[in-house]
Design a binder for this molecule. Sequence first.
Ligand SMILES: *[C@@H]1O[C@H](CO)[C@@H](O)[C@H](O)[C@H]1NC(C)=O
Ligand SMILES: *[C@@H]1O[C@H](CO)[C@@H](O)[C@H](O)[C@H]1NC(C)=O
Ligand SMILES: *[C@@H]1O[C@H](CO)[C@@H](O)[C@H](O)[C@H]1NC(C)=O
Length: 843
Amino acid sequence: MRIQSLVGLLGLASFATASIHVPNYDNEDYYVLHIAPTSSPLDIAATLGLTHKGQLGELKDHHIFSTHKQEEDVVSIELKARRRRKRDAGSSDILDSVKWSQKQQLKARLEKRGPLPPPPAGYYPLKPREDDAPVAVAVQRQDLVARTLGISDPIFKEQWHLMNTVQVGHDVNVADIWMQGITGFNSTVAMVDDGLDMYSDDLKDNYFAKGSWDFNDNTAEPKPRLSDDKHGTRCAGEVSAVKNNVCGVGVAYDSKIAGIRILSKLITDADEATALNYAYQDNQIYSCSWGPPDDGRSMDAPGILIKKAMLNAVQNGRGGKGSIYVFASGNGAEKGDNCNFDGYTNSIYSITVGAVDRKGLHPYYSEKCSAQLVVTYSSGSGDAIHTTDVGTNACYAGHGGTSAAAPLAAGIFALVLQIRPDLSWRDMQYLVMQTAKPINLDNGEWQTTTIGRKFSHTFGYGKIDTNATVEAAKTFKNVKPQAWFYSPWIHVNQDIPQGTEGLAVSYDVTQAMLSAANLERLEHVTVTMNVNHGRRGDLSVELTSPDGIVSHLAATRRLDDSAEGYQDWTFMSVVHWGEKGVGKWTVILKDTLVNEHNGTFVDFHLKLWGESIDASNAVPLPMINEHDDDNHAEIVSTTTIVGFTQAITPLPTAISLSGNPTDHPDRPVNAKPTGTTVADMSSSTSTAAPVSETSKVSWLPSFFPTFGVSNKTQIWIYGAAGLIFAFCASLGIYLFMARRKRLRNNPRDEWEFDLIEGEEADALTGARGAAAGKKRGNRRAGELYDAFAAGTDDEESETEGYADEGGDEAEKKLYDEDEEQHVIGDESDYEDIDEKAGRRPVK
Ligand SMILES: *[C@@H]1O[C@H](CO)[C@@H](O)[C@H](O)[C@H]1NC(C)=O
Ligand SMILES: *[C@@H]1O[C@H](CO)[C@@H](O)[C@H](O)[C@H]1NC(C)=O
Ligand SMILES: *[C@@H]1O[C@H](CO)[C@@H](O)[C@H](O)[C@H]1NC(C)=O
């Protein structure tokens, strides 16, 4: 077998191999144990009566053990018993070196992002493409490129995503890059999917066997074996279909393509962790067109082992440059889903790619979120992606969904790595962010970020332009290593007002804190939250940075009627890229619907990630720990928090009602029309009502944050603004006084809960948005209720396992109702590690 030969070859003890074990799930149970580096897994196996199967993939100090199948989690039981005995006797025990264990469970949580939900009625009336005549000059160029490069693939001219001769400009703009000989040589992409037909005449010459493995059937060849194992092959064709006389070409047609098969049977977290690190010195890019169900109600993150594998990959994969993970944003937009409810797409270690169609429109399925970096072409407007299919010489003309967008991006990144294999995983994200091309700029949902880039929750930083990305890659200067700053847990414990009111909680980050954290400028921002709520889909969350840039961390989801709330859920944003991070960060949590489902904002934890100040002082992030988010003990003491209403006047420029000019000194006065004034409506005053009557459109967050405002509407708003302004100005003054009074009674800490009002207003977005938000909110609320009512009838119980963070949690619910995650050792053992990881702020 593969493993033995590798062991023999390297002459290593079995526990030192980084190979994979071949499981036998019918007869055996498997456990993963995290053990101290000094301890012997063989001794631990002997003590527990288990068989040691080897190290878990590439994860140091994590080992797989097996035993015969039985109902109980025997390891947990034994570890608990010993811990009890130890407490009584005070003696030491070999099992003290076991830091954590997890019985592996087979589970089906990952879905391909291929099959699309049916489009909503009347959506994109399909206009036959033949109606659109090709543009002659574009056809000539296509002929020239094909002739020059020797492309005679029969469906090349159908591959509009490579060269679009009808909607000219709506393609990945790769031709000039190919003409320079940049076609993916020396680059390797792994399709993590349902298989890859390595015997297809269109793929076999580029197939990379060494990077491939079948984790479903436990063999070296990840061949499609089920009748619907076609997704991975179609995705692979987009990347690496060979330039020959079969079908079309991949965007990186000289790249190598590996197959890692995980989607065709149930797998465990251990399998998935191993798969995502498989051959990670050779596989450079992992293309992942799957994830938790895009059903508008799942909220599921990878389990701890998978998270560890991803961190391990960015630190140690690709010779330490970091594996590049590309994830499809998800196909659940029509169901109100959002890619921040998916722990893969909202990981800082993945590049999340959404879809745009051949007319440059947002396809109904492609999910939005603040974690989406970029989009590229896929199905919609009556056409789809034309690619290779399973079979010796089979093509497919109907590949689509965000499933088809992610591999296209992965292929483009393979072109980048041909000329710049030295780029780190973060360099790649910078490059993509900096060179994406904004599209559909007039739809009103773009905001200009601090560094002058445009961001939309629908399109991320825009669509990938291969020419721009690869050209910029040629001279890209590597960024310094990563640094991070974690706020303490901020303890809120306040009821969330319903309706358009929300809770605004602020935390002030000082330059001293960031200097101490060696953090120069931001890349990713994450917010981990705990919220108890009777109906999760009613909630929305915004994050406003000191520069006034807004991330819609969570949007309401009409189908999400989970009562689980947010349990240590981490939202992510790429919107604040390039900001300094110094100043007031505000989290605004809203319970948007007035109904019987209420809730409490428990606490949150802000993390700023970015480039270090001093590279020589930078250290890699310590391996994440089973307890990283458990340490709520260091919560900052609470203080009063007040509800506020986002009753906002739309104003063309940022106007501070309270006129405190020093509050945001570096904010440009001619700010984008998102400059905001937010009137404080503390204690649920009735003043919200008149504003709502005069508001007409939505821009802001309450319900569907990315809904755009047309130009006409904006003009209307600005007209209405005058009227509302007079009202709000007087209200603002009144409330300012009220606040002054209140503040005198409320001692502050270095952080604060605060009202959002005039003087802070310009730190928030969307004057017009919020005003507008009310009206749309009302309208949407009706729809939401309708949808909800309709949804309850056919509601299944399938959400139950997906409510919490992490496979661990889901698993716990599904399989292990009574058991706690069994972690051995004192809590204090972990706190040290947490401290190191934490870079606590200067107090
Ligand atoms: C592939 O990599 C090798 C070794 O790094 C290099 O010499 C060669 O020029 C590369 N080929 C291309 C086409 O980039
Ligand atoms: C490709 O990028 C270069 C450098 O930015 C630019 O000069 C050229 O016009 C671009 N070509 C296309 C086809 O976009
Ligand atoms: C909802 O409100 C009721 C009554 O005020 C309260 O008892 C309950 O704890 C609240 N639920 C949550 C999740 O805060």
